[in-house]
Ligand binder design. Structure first.
Ligand code: NAD
Ligand code: DAU
Length: 352
């Protein structure tokens, strides 16, 4: 058994689905089901006894301890987090509660249980923490990509809370010997991503004929990775990563935001012809403190663990757009009242 947290969200659900499809051990999936968590993401596993879902908070030690006692997982993969930068700007408290205090409580529950395990089980146990390249801050246009030794310089409440959680993981390894692994990944896109993030927001707005809101001048750069390639990286680190180490994960696919949006418009014009999608591009007020550029040097995971992305930016984006076009019911289900309120709050200044 492995314990996955946040496995009803975008990357966590992709991970659980891929893991079980590839014959991995059964999964107990602990998720609070915030606005970003969706049991519909796990619908293919509804009658699959290898998947046990538990609704709960990573910060609830009693819940975590009960799951550990009952299922005795040989590993934990921690995806659970508040993950959207813009929401962290409007309301940072949830980010501190889950990403910092929640991770601390999870670590404490795990430490107590793990310390009492028989020697062989203690040694074999792994705690894999899934984190982000945003902990390293922002790069200038000519700077070298982030490596595992780049100093932390988080700029948003989200990235500061993730950086704090990464420091806690490091400390629990160095102080208590907990066998931890950390991955710091660049921007993901793919099926099941909640349409508040750039790629799915642009796809759903374009399909609906709504404005495509590009922050500032659209020249900020992100390093894009297809979610299936991120899941493969997490599996590789869990299987062969060196305990206590950090692995940066990225797709060598830097793009300016405006180019990402234009690519989406071009692919949509082929997949769903009849509309000038690019005409919907609308420049809106910039995100406060907007990081200019992220780029990851994935040399360590490639060399040590033989990982490499399978999808190119173009092939991954086409798969993603096809998935959204084929899953209108999924989209309708996530477009809740809360979602509509978020869109009108975040884009109030910029769009009609
Ligand atoms: P998401 O917002 O789509 O999903 C987060 C999931 O965690 C949801 O299912 C939510 O219900 C759950 N959750 C939130 N608070 C919880 C709590 N207190 N207890 C239990 N469950 C809780 O996020 P995502 O995009 O899938 O990101 C997953 C992880 O990967 C996060 O840790 C994020 O920081 C990291 N990450 C994301 C990206 C990206 O581009 N999306 C890139 C690198 C790293
Ligand atoms: O780098 C990894 C991070 O990538 C993850 O840790 C985060 O969880 C994930 O949300 C993502 O953060 P970003 O802030 O980079 O992603 P987002 O999709 O919100 O924005 C991508 C870029 O697009 C960013 O420069 C802001 C811009 N943007 C975003 C939205 C939502 C727009 O121009 N318009 C928008 O409406």
């Amino acid at each position: 058994m492995i314990l996955v947290t946040g496995g009803a969200g975008f990357i966590g659900a992709n991970f659980v689905l891929d893991w079980l499809a590839q014959g991995g051990e059964p999964v107990v999936n602990l998720d609070k089901l915030t606005y970003a968590g969706n049991l519909g993401n796990l619908a293919p596993l509804k009658h699959d006894a290898r998947h046990v879902f538990a609704r709960g908070d990573i910060g609830d030690r009693a819940v975590v301890e009960a799951l550990l006692r009952t299922h005795r997982p040989r590993a934990i993969v921690n995806f659970a987090a508040e993950s959207h930068v813009d929401r962290s700007i409007h309301g940072p408290a949830e980010f501190i509660a889950t990403n910092i205090v929640g991770t601390f409580n999870l670590l404490e529950a795990v430490r107590g249980w793990w310390s009492a395990l028989p020697d062989a089980e203690r040694a074999a146990f792994r705690f894999l923490h899934v984190s982000t390249d945003e902990v390293y801050g922002s790069l200038g246009p000519a700077d070298r990509p982030f490596s595992e030794t780049t100093a932390f310089a988080p700029n948003s409440p989200y990235s500061a809370s993730k950086a704090s959680s990464d420091h806690l993981i490091r400390a629990y390894h160095h102080t208590y010997g907990l066998p931890t692994l950390t991955t710091n990944c660049s921007n993901n896109y793919g099926p099941l991503q909640f349409p508040e993030k750039l790629v799915p927001l642009m796809i759903v707005n374009a399909i609906a004929g709504k404005p495509l809101p590009v922050y500032g001048d659209g020249r900020n750069v992100r390093d894009w990775l297809y979610v299936g390639d991120h899941c493969a990286a997490v599996r590789a680190v869990l299987a062969g990563g060196r305990v206590g180490e950090i692995y940066n994960v990225g797709g060598n696919s830097e793009r300016k935001n405006l180019d990402v949006v234009r690519t989406i418009c071009e692919i949509l014009a082929q997949e769903l012809p009849g509309r000038d999608y690019a005409a919907l591009i609308t420049f809106v007020e910039d995100r406060p403190g907007h990081d200019l550029r992220y780029a990851i040097d994935p040399a360590k995971i490639c060399a040590e663990l033989g990982w490499a992305p399978v999808e190119t930016f173009e092939s991954g984006m086409r798969r993603t757009i096809r998935w959204y076009l084929d899953h209108a019911a999924w989209l309708a289900a996530v477009a809740s009242k809360e979602y509509r309120q978020w869109i009108s709050l975040n884009y109030a200044a910029g769009m009609a």
